[in-house]
Design a protein around this ligand. Structure first.
Ligand SMILES: Cc1ncc(COP(=O)(O)O)c(C=O)c1O
Length: 428
């Protein structure tokens, strides 16, 4: 049903029936939270036996004889560096294993740049009158929060199905020395589910930047998180940077938050040896060594990239039906209506829904009043400002299928009702 072909009379009849449905949902006093992309309890259950891989009777000596229970191993245990190097397609020397959150490593990397500068910096970033980051949007609100915390000005560029609008990015970095970084989610991006094309990866590696210490903040959070048997391929960014003669251009981040546990996973960063040596020096002032036992648990449980892949297939078996449910409902409710469009990702944790311009805030508010909490409208843009007020991030993984169905039913009614009211107000 194309809403733009309906007469005013037809729209008003439809509005009245949707308003009744909405009131009925309100009476149900639902309490459904779809605001964050969290694994569901069943997914967490997939990795619980990892907790038994290290016990008081376990072998806890490293290959070099050092004791994992003691101090040391500043950048991670060798087995963990090898495992994540294999997964990320880099060498173990190009890896630092962190604590349980890659977000922490991103924050600390920027914090160090602010205080001390990076390789190639003329001064610590905090001494400069202005530091700017390019933020392809819709994007991840926690990236934007880090920028806000450090007073880094965010410049929005659009996302295409191939990644950031590279014409805009190349022009910006060529002309403006205060642009020091760009947030990139190269695979199954949050929330659009986009994977960067080879050409995009190459252009990011090769482009000329006015800042001598410009970096790609390459958040590869969903590297192995496929939903289908035909995963999106992604070109290796560190190799591309080396080939382009810019080996220090990229910081890669990832974690096992959505492989094992968000509350007890392992984070990792990868970059050129020179970049990492500078970080290792600073890390060794910060700590005498990380939690090596959790790293060991991960190595014993995940073993190798093939085993990780098999494990991720178990995740996909749990969450794919949830993605399918949302996509089927959207098709059924909005197909041909011209009031909404949405992403159909091959992996990751999100579906991105676009309403008519000016509707997203109202939809999220209405859903909330009917007991369905969604990610705040605007959260996918810097400063919480979606210029078209149309993007809503859907996080289908955490609720049960029954809860998800109820929540999406409410959402669809809210979208339709808000769209009709918007169309009617414009034609009035
Ligand atoms: C793109 C992206 N990066 C990072 C994270 C958080 O990762 P971590 O748990 O390793 O801090 C998330 C979580 O939703 C995410 O979507």
């Amino acid at each position: 049903m194309d809403y733009f072909q309906m007469s005013e009379q037809e729209l008003r009849v439809h509005e009245a029936s949707l308003a009744e449905q909405y009131e009925a949902y309100k009476q149900q006093k639902l309490k459904l939270d779809m605001s964050r992309g969290k694994p569901c309890p069943e997914q967490l259950g997939l990795s619980k036996e990892m907790l038994d891989t290290v016990t008081s009777g376990s072998q806890l000596q490293a290959r070099d004889g050092s004791d994992y229970l003691n101090y040391g191993g500043i950048d991670g245990i060798p087995e963990a560096k090898e495992l994540f190097a294999d997964i990320l397609g880099v060498s173990p020397k190009e890896v630092i294993i962190g604590g349980n959150a890659s977000l922490n490593m991103m924050h600390d990397t920027i914090s160090r740049a602010m205080l001390h500068g990076l390789r190639g910096s003329k001064e610590p970033w905090a001494k400069l009158p202005k530091v700017k980051f390019i933020c392809p949007s819709p994007g991840y609100d926690r990236h934007f929060a880090i920028c806000e915390l450090f007073n880094i000005e965010m410049i929005v560029v659009g996302l295409t199905p191939d990644g950031p609008d590279m014409d805009a990015v190349e022009k910006l970095v060529l002309e403006d020395e205060s642009i020091k970084g760009i947030w990139c989610m190269p695979k199954y991006s949050n929330p659009e589910g986009i994977t960067y094309s080879d050409a995009t990866v190459e252009r990011l590696a090769r482009m000329t930047t006015k800042a001598t210490d410009f970096r790609l903040f390459w958040d590869d959070a969903y590297n192995v998180h496929h939903l289908t048997a035909t995963p999106d391929p992604l070109k290796n960014i560190l190799s591309a940077c080396k080939e382009a003669g810019n080996p220090d251009r990229v910081f890669i981040f990832s974690s096992t938050s959505k492989i094992t546990f968000p509350g007890a996973g392992v984070a990792v960063m990868a970059a050129s040896e020179d970049n990492l040596n500078a970080i290792r020096k600073q890390l060794s002032v910060q700590t005498i060594g990380p939690d090596k036992i959790n790293q060991l648990r991960h190595v014993r449980f995940l073993k190798n990239p093939e085993q990780v892949q098999l494990h991720m297939e178990k995740h996909a078996a749990i969450i794919k039906p949830k993605f399918d449910l949302v996509l089927d409902k959207f098709e059924h409710e909005f197909g041909g209506s011209r009031i909404a469009s949405w992403s159909k990702p091959n992996g990751g944790y999100f579906i991105s829904l676009n309403t008519l311009d000016g509707c997203a805030r109202k939809v999220v508010q209405m859903a909330s009043e009917a007991g369905v909490t969604l990610t705040g409208a605007g959260a996918t843009f810097p400063y919480g400002q979606d210029p078209r007020d149309c993007n809503i991030r859907i996080a289908p993984t955490y609720p049960s299928l029954a809860e998800l169905e109820a929540a999406i039913d409410v959402l669809c009614v809210c979208v339709k009702l808000t769209s009709i009211r918007t169309i009617l107000s414009k034609s009035a």
